[in-house]
Design a protein around this ligand. Sequence first.
Ligand code: BGC
Length: 246
Amino acid sequence: MGKKVLGIDIGGTGIKGAIVDTKTGEMITDKIKYKTPKPSTPDAVMGVVKQLIQDLGAEDLAMGIGFPAIIKKGVSHSAANIDSSWKGFNIKKFFKSQFDVKVKVVNDADAAGIAEVRHGAAKGVDGAIILLTLGTGIGSAYLLNQVLVPNTEFGHLKWKDSITEDYASNRAKKTKDLDWPAFGQELSEVLNHLDLIFSPDLFILGGGISKHFQTYAEYLTIKPKIIPASLQNNAGLIGAAINVTL
Ligand code: BGC
């Protein structure tokens, strides 16, 4: 067994956590999920994380956090689907001040990329891979020959009169009340645009909607190969935990 690390995935809608064996990439406890508090301020989110730690008995474990923003050296440089007070906020320092353990923070979609490249759909696949997590927003991880290029933010590409995550995320599907064929078509438009610019060898779709991949895959009209994230919506918390050991 490898090092045991607490993986936490903070999202716009939910906060998930589990203890992960960082060698095998397996969750060795149940996954615990709470709703993201509203407003999702640092103090409110900290309250939920403390509850998660107590539920999992993870008080002494190193902690890997996946966070839905641009992350550099533990600091958040954006705040699209989370309270604006996180922008410019030192997340790592904040968590370290509460828990006397090792803490590492990474963008949530990059965390999913880290997990998929080690234990999932991107394992052993060379070339350029674009992984998109479709949830409240669209997160992205760009992997080139198994190496992550962090903070790509393809969900914030300008698209029509807004940005891609307002057009083809899971939230957009619900807000616009799209059925699967319509959603597949709108997502295809975004994927074709990414293909035009980056020519990836493979697309991987993750996030909450990845479990429905077989339902809408037939409506995707794109050239590159496309597959669902094999760790599905757990990839973020698993990758956040693995990141602590990198
Ligand atoms: C954020 C990204 C994040 C994505 C998915 C976007 O709004 O800007 O950093 O990865 O949502 O949570």
